[in-house]
Design a protein around this ligand. Structure first.
Ligand code: HEC
Ligand code: HEC
Length: 318
């Protein structure tokens, strides 16, 4: 934050300097200085003013995200909670926080670099085992990190604040916390966490990565069953909505990644058994495998009941 603040102050100072230069050029005696100097310095002033503006907005977004205080929470960590948390973590968290998408959850995957926005700085997954920073978090602070996307210091955590685990129910969020606490401590030398540089701050301020609406403090899951409502919740746990769009109708290409298709027309051609089979094997009934961009492995770990709910959701009206 300190270095980014210094850079911001320098950029603002340059803006003011260029502004004064423009003013002097416009006032100059000679016509060519007036026109060329005024235009050149004026344009540069505008560019630096825009960078200053987005820089200030980005600093506010990242360092002052205005999140509520962490709830006063102590998770009981029953064996049911730990088992439920493990199920969710294996479907959801391990893909990013694991090592090559497998346990242990010791993080260190630099997503900024992997996804082609490394120019913004480091955005690396965190070590979620008790060997990492969460050892110094209260249960409430972990809850707030997952739900509201801010770390212990109240700074925004970039990726977590955009993905759908903010919509996990309170019970499931607590189950995940119970599971993370139960893991053996793993240490890792790989750098973890966000280290956005000034360009990253400016990009965040420009709104190129749209931030979702703030999540409510309390969330209940719909009743479990093969219904579209519960299937939508399963799609949240599976992070399907993060790629296929909030309503699972596909997303156009954006700075965050290439276009992702609407899966509904294809699913509409399948029976429930074919649907489950496709996700267990990664191969469609016609023999074409899912491509690498489609992480079917996480869905392959879902129970038949959860896949049936997903099927009900994807074959209903969006
Ligand atoms: C799409 C990738 C992705 C998935 C899936 C994911 N995370 Fe993260 N997570 C990240 C990244 C990247 C960070 C580093 C900070 C940031 O940019 O959000 C992070 C950071 C965290 C942090 C640390 C926040 C802090 O205070 O610094 C916690 C806690 C966390 N994740 C929990 C989870 C849990 C629990 C799950 C599964 C339910 C999960 N994450 C799934 C990408 C992911
Ligand atoms: C990391 C992003 C990502 C996630 C997460 C993701 N998908 Fe996909 N999905 C894709 C991409 C990209 C394709 C197209 C690749 C292909 O056709 O093989 C795809 C293809 C599909 C298809 C086939 C569509 C067709 O027309 O053939 C289905 C069905 C599907 N996804 C369902 C899901 C479900 C259900 C989940 C959650 C369990 C999920 N996806 C999670 C990116 C993702």
């Amino acid at each position: 934050m300190f270095i980014n603040l210094i850079v911001l102050l320098i950029v603002i100072a340059i803006t003011v300097f260029l502004g004064r230069l423009t003013f002097r050029a416009v006032k100059a005696q000679r016509l060519w200085v007036k026109i060329l100097g005024g235009l050149g310095a004026g344009l540069l002033t505008l560019v630096f003013a825009a960078v200053s503006f987005f820089g200030i907005k980005g600093m506010m977004t990242v360092y002052f995200p205005n999140a509520a205080p962490a709830p006063d929470l102590k998770v009981d960590a029953t064996s049911e909670q730990i088992a439920r948390g493990e199920y969710i973590a294996n479907i959801g968290c391990v893909g990013c926080h694991g090592v090559d998408q497998a346990p242990p959850l010791k993080g260190g995957w630099n997503m900024a670099e992997a996804e082609g926005f490394g120019f913004m700085g480091q955005v690396a997954t965190e070590n979620l085992t008790p060997g990492g920073k969460l050892a110094n978090y209260t249960d409430g602070e972990i809850f707030r990190a997952i739900r509201h996307g801010v770390n212990k210091d109240g700074d925004m955590v970039m990726f977590m604040s955009m993905i759908s685990y903010r919509e996990l129910s309170n019970a499931d969020t607590e189950a995940v916390i119970a599971y993370l606490r139960s893991l053996p401590a793993e240490t890792s030398d790989a750098p973890t966490g966000d280290k956005l540089n000034f360009l990253g701050i400016v990009v965040m301020g420009s709104g190129m990565f749209p931030m979702p609406e703030p999540a409510p403090d309390s969330i209940d899951a719909p009743p479990a069953g093969a219904t579209p409502e519960y299937g939508k919740y399963v799609a949240t746990i599976g992070e399907c909505r993060g790629c296929h769009g909030s309503d699972m109708t596909g997303t156009p290409a954006s700075p965050a990644g290439p276009a992702v298709p609407n899966p509904r027309p294809f699913v509409g051609t399948l029976t429930l058994d074919e649907f489950i089979q496709s996700f267990r094997t990664g191969v469609r009934p016609n023999g074409t495998p899912f491509s690498e961009g489609m992480p079917w492995q996480s869905a392959s770990m879902m129970t038949d009941d959860d896949l049936a709910a997903l099927y009900a959701y994807l074959t209903a009206e969006p």
